[in-house]
Design a protein around this ligand. Structure first.
Ligand code: AMP
Ligand code: MG
Length: 349
């Protein structure tokens, strides 16, 4: 077990010495958990194969699931990408820093241990002052997948990180709760410069289309068939311990369906939890309930989704009855995660 130093950093000037210490840990091959605007990341030197491998060990992550390298600015892309197409440049200019990960052909110095053996590398520059100051101190691209044990929901607070990672990493930088709450959108620009979404996230299809025209979505995400282009998308991520049913529709339709399911589970003698909006919540017993926002506020729902799923690890129930949202805008990212969390058990009304 490692000794994990937990530090709270809000002011990058005042806490410069701690950020420099974090940067040294990275250069020395250690692991530092850092905040971003999406979820917390577990960082290692992305150019050091052994350091990258230690991320897989700490997370219990399958080794064919490549890592995203985080960089402090657009300039750093040139150091690891073999080329930047005009469309990729447009995306960089429009969305960085921000929740958009772009796949580039890799330079040879990026180790197989970071890319899962692929000849491409995923890059992102988070829109988070503490994170970018940390990355500058590290002075190398930092491989940074979400800081959860593999298969668990991604952490959006330092307390959730500590639950999974204390004793497994050298340092946790607590930068407060994450603003967005779901992971970055991952896109690939292919040879004819068509942009394809491999994982929906904080940057929506409409936002991308405003910058690059038409955008495709990896067909396996739409149909559930075939092999996803982002290897990580095939795993059952984001799962709470209990089984879960997600119901989508108007407040009244969702309330009626959840009432029916609730009675059914109770008759079977099972304990039930609710992950629902404030509008639906008032109709059900308040115990074992996580109110994750308002029916029509997708930003709020995205922000609370993982904390809501983790709530049911502390408040053990046999089954979670959850309210989903439509797949417009940020709803595509939310529902992608909820589909996995509920093992595909989705009811659309
Ligand atoms: P996480 O860092 O936990 O958010 O997961 C990273 C995601 O990025 C996984 O779904 C990976 O499969 C995906 N990814 C990383 N590198 C690549 C790449 N070169 N090509 C396609 N997907 C990638
Ligand atoms: Mg993850």
């Amino acid at each position: 077990m490692k000794h994990t130093k937990i530090v709270r950093i809000t002011d990058v000037e005042k806490d410069k010495a701690l950020l420099e210490e974090a940067g040294r840990i990275i250069r020395d091959g250690g692991l530092v958990v850092f905040p971003t605007e999406t979820v917390y990341g577990i960082g290692a030197n992305g150019l050091d194969a052994d350091a990258c491998r230690s991320i897989y060990t700490a997370k219990g992550r399958p080794s064919d699931n490549p890592l995203i390298l985080t960089v402090p600015d657009k300039e750093a892309v040139k150091e690891v990408a073999a080329c930047i197409t005009p469309t990729a440049q447009k995306l960089l200019d429009a969305f960085w820093p921000g929740p958009l990960t772009i796949i580039f052909p890799r330079q040879k110095k990026v180790p197989n241990a970071a890319t899962g053996g692929l000849d491409t590398v995923a890059l992102r520059c988070p829109d988070h002052a503490v994170c970018r100051a940390f990355l500058r101190c590290a002075g190398v691209p930092v491989a940074g997948p979400s800081a959860n044990l593999s298969g668990r929901p991604s952490p959006t607070t330092a307390a959730e990180v500590a639950h999974d990672m204390e004793g497994r990493v050298d340092m946790i930088i607590d930068g407060g709760p994450c603003e967005i709450g779901v992971e970055s959108t991952i896109v690939e620009c292919n040879a004819d410069d068509m942009v394809t979404i491999l994982r929906p996230g904080g940057v929506t299809t409409a936002m991308l289309e405003r910058v690059v025209g038409h955008v495709q979505v990896d067909t396996s995400l739409v149909t559930g068939q075939g092999v996803p282009k982002a290897p990580g998308m095939k795993y059952r991520h984001y799962a709470p311990s209990a089984s879960m049913t997600t119901v989508i529709g108007s407040v009244s339709a969702v309330t009626a369906k959840l009432s029916q399911l609730y009675e059914q589970y109770r008759r079977e003698g099972l304990s039930v939890g609710f992950l629902v909006s404030a509008e639906v919540a008032s109709h059900f017993p308040q115990e074992n309930m996580y109110v994750w926002g308002h029916h029509d506020d997708k930003e709020g729902l995205a922000n609370q989704l993982y904390t809501g799923l983790l709530f049911f690890d502390d408040h053990r129930v046999d089954h979670i009855l959850a309210e989903g949202t439509d797949s417009e805008g940020l709803g595509m990212a939310i529902m992608n995660r909820m589909k996995k969390a509920s093992g595909g058990d989705i009811v659309i009304l």
